[in-house]
Each structure stands twice: as structure tokens, then as C-alpha cells.
Design a protein around this ligand. Structure first.
Ligand code: GLU
Length: 425
């Protein structure tokens, strides 16, 4: 993904952890947050760094570096995905963990924020190597994870199969099956119906709300999607089925556009066959940065952080940006977009559908009682619509953009929990 994106000077200068802390500082001032609580929330509660030895297929022993960060657990156990990517850094994982704290609070699920990452290139590894890496990494972080402690899930380049290995490894160590230790598992071992498409479905629900708010018809509205992984691919698919017209998509290798609307079903089959959307015959080629500036109504960045910058923000043509990715917009770009009247649905709102159905999965696992998909989607819709409405109200109340509105709601909830519990000892 990012490795082939042509990163600008501005992008590489920005440290995402500093960016996450500054987003907090900014809203702390806005809502008059208690200074002590602010200082508390600026730091991660716990950081675990592990070295992961893996026997590769050719017999060599290779070392990998991995992390699990727990940012805040005042509202419940830690929750957040595990990312396998060559560009993972500890600061990135810390930022992602902090964003999980706000995300879980915004949709009002009883979790704190956590995140994990392993520096590796899963595309260059065999299935067996990935399994060994996952199992050993799980074993190394097993001292801090568990259904009541911290519950991992999928993120960039991690899959239901990887979640199954995490569940199995943890269960083998405990001597019985512990389904609730991880979410995003295959349905056959306690996964939830609807979890695979939940991030995208939640994104669709809030885009629908935003379209209503700005008074635009969704039928025929033009959508551009950057990233064609779990979030981007399903978002394109669900939005296409809901009547939007998908005019441009890209993945880490490049993109494809068609003003008459892309054949999304054909594109998904093409990507499954070739590993990329590049070369798809149903449209013109374009590069994965151009997709951000493509003529559309809704832009869905669904890949990695820091892609919308002060350089390209003046050229974004969408009226709504729905952040299916975490952290795609730099703070200075946010202000440019706001001044231009573009509504940004922030990551902690736009992609919260994933963790929301992860919560449903965890609840079902703990109860050993599994729900119908309709019920899951309906509960998801209600959570997303409520979070959208609360965000919009806070944004209007403080006269700020939707990101600051969402942060105001979330930080307030976390601060309240933190203060009610008080300080130990
Ligand atoms: N990785 C997803 C996120 O960033 C999902 C996390 C989860 O389900 O715990 O929100």
C-alpha cells in the first residue's frame, strides 16, 4: 500500500503519534478538559514490544519486531486490530491505539483502545510462514491479551484466518477454547455474521446520513475509493448496490476509473484473480494518488494514513470524505477541507462499523448465543446513526468540523469514565 504510494515531503515529516496527541490537545482546549485528565489521556497506558523469531520455509531463522499498545482502558478492555505491514512503527501503533479509544467511546461500546502491529511484508511470505509468525507473536503478547483484558481483531493485511490462528494459539495455551480473545474470526469458530463487511457497511450508513444532511440524492452520486482491501472493496460493493455510482478505485499498485460507473462485481472477480485492480478492462488506468482528486461527490480513502495533505486538499473535488482508513487526513488538510465546505466524516466515525460488530461478536462469544445477520446489521445501523447525530450536534454546538465534534463526544466520555474511577492508588 503506502510503500508504492509516492509519499510527499509533508507526509513523511508528520509523525502520526504527534498528530494524534495534537488532535487531542486541540479538542481538550475546545471542551475545557481538566488538565490532569488531559495529561493522562496524552499517553499510552501500556506498550509491549516483542521480538518474534520465525523459522522460514528455507530453514533460516528470521527475527521480526512486533508491538501491542493499550492506550486507555477506563471504559473496558482494550480493543483494536493487529496490522502486518512493512512500514509499521511503534509511534504508528500508539496513534492507532489512541484512535481506538476515541472510536469505541464515540459509538459507545464498553471498550478501551489498543492496537498491535508486526513489521513484516505478508505479501512476500508463504501461508506457513505467516502462520508461524502469527502464532509466535500471539504467544509473546498473550501476557496482556484475553477476553477481559484486550481483544485483537483484523487490520491492514490481517485476515479471519490469522484471527483463527490467534484464537487457536491462545486456546492451546489455556487448555480450552477461548473464542472471545479475538474478533473477526471465521464464523465457524465463533465469528459474527456481518463482521467481514461491517467496516464498509458502517461507512455506508454514515455516508447516507451525510448525504441527507447536505441535501443530496444518493442515487447516482459519484464515489471514488482509494484502497481495495477489506474496507475499500466492500465499501465499493455495498455503495454500488445501494445506488451510488463507483467511478474510480485504486489499490497499492494503481487504479482504474470509468465515468459511466465501474462494474464492481467484475472488478472484485478481477482482483481475486490477479491480485490487483490494475489492468482491469472496464475503465481507464489512473494512479492511486489521482483517485483522491477524481471528480466525485463522495471520496472514500480506505488505505493508509496521511494521504490527504495540504498539497492535494485544495484539489479534492468531493463534497463528502468518508475516512474508511485510519488517519488518512493531515490536520492542516482538515482545515483546508473545512474552509472549502467539504464534510469530512472522521475515521473514528466512518470506520467504526468494524469495531462495533467486533463488539457484537465478543458479546455473542461470551454468551454462546449467535444472532441473525439482519439483527446485527440493524443494531449496527442504529449505533452508526446515533454516533453520526451526536457528532453533528457537537460540531454544530462548538462550530467546528465533524472530526472535532466526534472527538468532543468521545473525549468527554473517556474523561468521565476516567474521573469516576479515580486514581489508583
Ligand atoms: N482494525 C479495525 C479498526 O481500526 C477494527 C478493530 C476491531 O474490530 O477491534 O477499527
Amino acid at each position: 500500500m503506502a510503500s508504492t504510494l509516492d509519499r510527499s515531503a509533508v507526509q513523511s515529516r508528520v509523525n502520526v503519534w504527534k498528530m494524534a496527541q495534537e488532535q487531542l490537545d486541540d479538542v481538550a482546549r475546545l471542551i475545557g478538559l481538566d488538565e490532569g485528565v488531559h495529561a493522562y489521556l496524552r499517553e499510552a497506558k501500556r506498550v509491549l514490544q516483542v521480538s518474534v523469531p520465525v523459522r522460514m520455509d528455507d530453514g533460516r531463522l528470521q527475527m521480526f519486531e512486533g508491538f501491542r499498545v493499550q492506550h486507555n482502558m477506563s471504559r473496558g478492555p482494550g480493543k483494536g486490530g493487529i496490522r502486518f505491514h512493512p512500514d509499521v512503527t511503534l509511534d504508528e501503533v500508539k496513534a492507532l491505539a489512541m484512535w481506538m479509544t476515541w472510536k469505541c467511546a464515540l459509538v459507545n461500546i464498553p471498550f478501551g483502545g489498543a492496537k498491535g502491529g508486526v513489521i513484516c511484508d505478508p505479501k512476500a511470505m508463504s501461508e506457513r510462514e505467516l502462520e508461524r509468525l502469527t502464532r509466535r507473536f500471539t504467544s509473546e503478547i498473550s501476557i496482556i491479551i484475553g477476553p477481559e483484558k484486550d481483544i485483537p481483531a483484523p487490520d491492514v493485511y490481517t485476515t479471519p484466518q490469522i484471527m483463527a490462528w490467534i484464537m487457536d494459539t491462545f486456546s492451546m495455551q489455556h487448555g480450552y477454547s477461548v473464542a472471545g480473545v479475538v474478533t473477526g474470526k471465521p464464523v465457524s469458530i465463533g465469528g459474527s455474521l456481518g463482521r467481514d463487511k461491517a467496516t464498509a457497511r458502517g461507512c455506508l450508513y454514515v455516508v447516507d446520513e451525510a448525504m441527507r444532511e447536505i441535501g443530496k440524492e444518493r442515487s447516482g452520486a459519484r464515489v471514488a475509493v482509494q484502497g481495495f482491501g477489506n474496507a475499500g472493496m466492500h465499501a465499493a460493493d455495498l455503495m454500488d448496490a445501494a445506488g451510488y455510482q463507483i467511478v474510480a478505485v485504486s489499490d497499492s499498485r494503481g487504479g482504474v476509473a470509468n465515468d459511466a460507473g465501474l462494474d464492481i462485481e467484475g472488478l472484485i472477480a478481477y482482483k481475486a484473480r490477479t491480485g490487483s485492480v490494475v489492468g482491469f478492462k472496464g475503465g481507464e488506468a489512473l494512479d492511486n494518488k489521482a483517485v483522491l482528486e477524481y471528480d466525485c461527490d463522495v471520496l472514500v480513502p480506505a488505505a493508509l494514513e496521511k494521504v490527504i495533505t495540504p498539497e492535494n486538499a485544495p484539489r479534492v473535488r468531493a463534497k463528502i470524505i468518508a475516512e474508511a482508513a485510519n488517519g488518512p487526513t493531515l490536520p492542516d488538510a482538515d482545515d483546508i477541507l473545512y474552509d472549502r465546505g467539504i464534510m469530512v466524516l472522521p475515521d473514528i466515525l466512518a470506520n467504526a462499523g468494524g469495531v462495533t460488530v467486533s463488539y457484537f461478536e465478543w458479546v455473542q462469544d461470551l454468551q454462546n448465543n449467535f444472532w441473525e445477520e439482519d439483527e446485527i446489521n440493524d443494531r449496527l445501523r442504529r449505533k452508526m446513526v446515533r454516533a453520526f447525530t451526536e457528532t453533528l450536534e457537537a460540531a454544530k454546538h462548538h462550530r467546528v468540523n465533524m472530526r472535532r465534534g466526534a472527538y468532543a463526544v468521545a473525549i468527554d466520555r473517556v474523561a468521565e469514565a476516567t474521573m469516576s474511577r479515580g486514581l489508583y492508588p
